[in-house]
Design a protein around this ligand. Structure first.
Ligand SMILES: CC(C)(COP(=O)(O)OP(=O)(O)OC[C@H]1O[C@@H](n2cnc3c(N)ncnc32)[C@H](O)[C@@H]1OP(=O)(O)O)[C@@H](O)C(=O)NCCC(=O)NCCS
Length: 400
């Protein structure tokens, strides 16, 4: 059943409280008015869609106007968020319609990349999103947290209250995000919300504790963690260098009366497993993090830099955004990139979601070829493009 009589349009300021309540309810929560102003702060009303049925909001989605790091470049990026349909109105095509409207809007605005983090990995492939980055959740007993080569520390760790954290965290984050593919910017209202730390997002654990590592030159790292029944839950730990990261891990591992440390969504190439003496005791589980969508294939390909030369014709399938569908001649090298429509026969054929997955270098096209997702018609074409797309550090995101 489709509901064409359900109107989908941007919400107004007056409609925002109902939109927020509906969105929270769809995720199984209850909207707490105590969080209203901070959550409102991160919402761009004109980019927030509501699906209206008889005047009531039954579907929500929004986009944040951000920028994303790709090989030290920063490109416009639309982060899709708060995607929901009320349990009373599911599987009638509302998400499909909202997503279509959003992607058309991104294209009109010249936002050639969109992304999101997904509650379920079965939802977004059909809309052309591919898994561009993975994260690892860690668990380790405190008994096994001895670190190799404990470094000479030139600085100190110190607790900071949420107000001071609010000024320190963005500085550290800004310096680190420029070096990591996939990381996106967080404008000020996101940090206000982080400082506010809504109780409904704590999952029954304590509010945040914030600890900074600083040397004579100032802060170089921060960790924000919660405590719950003897467990330290590390939400965000970032250091500008190895010394800061090691100092902050040593701090977390040294919190008396705690038995276990858990860390959420760490980079898959994080050095910590290589610092532990008893590496096997670190339990690691991997899950998808950033789902990336090339909204405008040639613009996205030309926006990236490439470490080696590749000249290939790719055939892109994109049923959801038909303006992308077609053959493109890619001519990329460390000197620049060109991507133009062509009628030449393709060397590689793939779905736009596979291109999104490979775009940040988090997976090779060869892996996807071996899984049957990518077709190679000219031998060696996949290997050549993989060399051009390769990155030194795996993509990673922090999703507040
Ligand atoms: C996920 C959600 C928004 C889907 O909304 P919806 O209006 O029911 O989705 P649609 O009817 O437009 O479905 C579009 C397609 O996606 C599929 N789909 C939708 N939700 C799915 C899910 N959770 N798992 C697998 N497939 C799903 C549908 O089967 C349909 O497939 P088809 O095109 O092959 O027929 C809704 O179930 C929801 O609000 N879930 C709880 C909150 C949530 O998880 N939001 C996502 C945040 S990232």
């Amino acid at each position: 059943m489709t509901d064409q009589h359900i109107d989908i349009r941007p919400i107004t300021e007056e409609e925002w409280p109902e939109w927020a309540r509906a969105g929270t309810r769809a995720f199984g929560g209850r909207f707490d008015p105590a969080d209203e102003s901070q959550i409102r702060g991160i919402i761009e009303i004109d980019r927030s869609l509501g699906a209206f049925h008889n005047g009531r909001i039954v579907g929500t989605t929004t986009a944040h106007t951000l920028e994303l790091t790709i090989l030290s470049r920063h490109v416009p990026f639309a982060l899709v968020d708060a995607v929901s349909v009320q349990p009373t109105h599911r599987r009638r095509g509302l998400l499909n319609r909202m997503m279509k409207l959003q992607l058309e809007e991104f294209q009109e605005r010249g936002e050639f990349l969109a992304g999101l983090t997904a509650t379920e990995s079965s939802i977004y492939g059909r809309f052309g999103f591919g898994i561009a980055s993975w994260g690892e959740n860690w668990t380790i007993s405190r008994d096994h947290t001895e670190i190799l080569n404990v470094p000479q520390q030139t600085g100190e760790t110190r607790f900071v209250d949420p107000e001071e954290m609010r000024s320190i965290w963005p500085q550290i984050f800004e310096r680190v995000r420029h070096e990591r593919n996939g990381m996106f910017s967080f404008p000020d209202p996101f940090w206000d919300l982080f400082q506010h730390d809504p109780e409904q997002w704590r999952g029954g654990a304590s509010g945040f504790f914030h600890v900074v590592y600083e040397t004579d030159g100032g802060p170089t790292g921060c960790v924000s963690y919660r405590l719950q029944s003897g467990v330290v839950i590390v939400n965000m730990l970032l250091g500008e260098n190895l010394e800061a990261e090691r100092a902050l891990w040593s701090f977390c591992f040294g919190i008396d009366l705690m038995t276990e440390i858990r860390a959420l969504a760490r980079p898959v190439d994080d050095p910590l497993p290589w610092l532990l003496i008893n590496t096997r005791k670190l339990e690691r589980s991997v899950r998808d993090e950033l789902w990336l969508r090339l909204v405008d294939v040639p613009a996205a390909i030309e926006a990236r830099s490439y470490d080696s030369e590749a000249r290939v014709v790719i055939e892109v399938r994109d049923q959801f955004c038909p303006w992308n569908q077609g053959r493109y001649e890619m001519d990329v090298s460390p000197d620049g990139a060109l991507c133009k429509q062509t009628t030449r026969s393709p060397d590689i054929s793939l779905d736009v979601s596979e291109l999104g997955a490979a775009y940040l270098g988090g997976v090779t096209l060869e892996t996807m070829r071996r899984s049957g997702r990518v077709d190679e018609t000219t031998s060696g074409a996949v290997a050549m493009l993989d060399r051009a797309l390769a990155v030194d550090r795996q993509p990673w995101i922090i999703d507040m």
